[in-house]
Ligand binder design. Structure first.
Ligand code: APR
Ligand code: ZN
Ligand code: ZN
Length: 361
């Protein structure tokens, strides 16, 4: 039987979000209903609210979440009621060319739940990133659920579902950071700091954190940065070269998404080094580079989507490392809040006051 629960809705372009009653159907074939325990506030939720991602209002916001599977539909074998899970954006098909080549993170046929959640007046909701987890319960494809060790705090677990995975994965999956490497991370918000934590995990010898905000550089140090550069008053490319014996970093991770920081990342790498682009630019942004610099410096320019993660491989592994005390995920939770406080949390995020605010249920 369909259930009524509370959820945070973005009703229209730039309108404040509000808590409304939503209707969650019973899971159909291949689907699961998850009782949400925690969901982080991410920039992408704000972009949905502002109409920057699509016009399919009303949105059910929230997508960095963990919870307990309540019910599963026909044919579901991945998870069972009672399992503690982290949600991911899309279930992979397992059959397309990308999946069969062992690269399911590039699956062509990813999917979400097929049924729709609605408002009580019957209007269909668009769940943010196919999740919609600022809600007491949500409906997803069963393949969007990854079972992890339930001893972890739900607030910490949820963050792996998006920003923190994007950052850690940028370092260990996309960037291939290895023991002894020098790494520079430009932009130390939640994503950049996660790239720092991932670089430490991978055994990087030098981790240079770059930001324009000293508060952010403080947190970056806590998470493993060995050097910090405030690029408001110092040229970061010069500073990174100096800190790497004049060479540049083996891996540079850009986690801002602006032309000037893309340029800095490009020039801060060692010859044959790797640049990993994580920050998402807007459609009108452009960057002009001398082709001879592109050709002559060798190495690789890579973009990193969702940290090139494989949820079934990476989520349980990272939770285990956290539970063993080898990966500090707790520092990413700046505050825990109620479902009614999402709008205020957007403002704190916008001002740069928090790494992550997390709604706990
Ligand atoms: N140079 C260096 N750092 C900068 C600059 C700049 N020109 N401009 C902003 N920053 C810093 C901010 O001070 C902040 O610490 O970049 C950081 C951005 O962090 P957040 O706003 O918290 O964003 P985050 O969630 O980390 O995401 C960063 O990655 O996945 C993408 O869409 C996401 O593009 C976004 C980026
Ligand atoms: Zn997100
Ligand atoms: Zn596939």
């Amino acid at each position: 039987m369909a259930q009524e629960v509370r959820g945070v809705i973005a009703p229209g372009r730039d309108e404040p979000v509000r808590v409304e009653t939503i209707v969650v159907p019973d899971p159909g074939p291949g689907e699961a209903v998850v009782r949400i325990q925690a969901c982080g506030v991410c920039h992408t939720d704000l972009h949905y609210k502002q109409g920057g991602i699509s016009d399919d209002f009303p949105f059910l916001l929230g997508h960095e979440a963990s919870g307990v599977v309540e019910a599963v539909g026909e044919g579901v074998t991945e998870v069972a009621p009672g399992d503690f899970v982290i949600l991911n954006w899309r279930a992979v098909c397992g059959q397309c060319r990308a999946c069969l080549r062992g690269r399911p993170q590039y699956c062509f046929n990813t999917h979400n739940a097929r049924q729709k959640m609605t408002l009580t007046d019957g209007r269909e909701l668009s769940p943010a990133l196919g999740i919609g987890a600022f809600a007491e319960k949500t409906l997803v494809a069963a393949g969007q659920c990854t079972k992890v060790d339930p001893r972890v705090s739900p607030a910490v677990a949820g963050l792996l579902g998006c920003g923190v995975m994007a950052g850690i994965g940028a370092a260990i999956n996309t960037g291939g950071v290895s023991r002894g490497d020098s790494v520079a991370v430009i932009g130390c918000g939640g994503v950049g700091d996660a790239a720092i934590a991932g670089s430490r995990l991978a055994g990087a010898a030098r981790i240079i954190a770059v930001d324009i905000d000293d508060r952010k550089l403080g947190t970056a140090q806590k998470l493993g940065a060995t050097h910090t550069v405030n690029s408001r008053d110092t040229d970061p490319v010069e500073a990174i070269r100096e800190l790497t014996g004049g060479f540049g970093a083996d891996v540079v991770i850009e986690a801002v998404g602006r032309p000037e920081t893309y340029r800095q990342a490009f020039y801060a790498r060692d010859l044959a080094g790797t640049v990993v682009l994580v920050g998402v630019p807007t459609p009108e942004m452009k960057l002009e580079l001398p082709l001879l610099d592109v050709f002559g410096r060798g190495g690789a320019l890579k973009s990193s989507w969702y940290g090139d993660c494989l949820p079934s491989r990476d989520f349980p592994m990272l939770i285990d490392l956290h539970l063993q005390g080898r990966l500090d995920l707790g520092s990413f939770v700046s505050e825990t809040i109620e479902l009614t406080e999402v709008e205020a949390a957007f403002e704190r995020m916008h001002r740069g006051d928090v790494l992550r605010s997390v709604v706990v249920f």
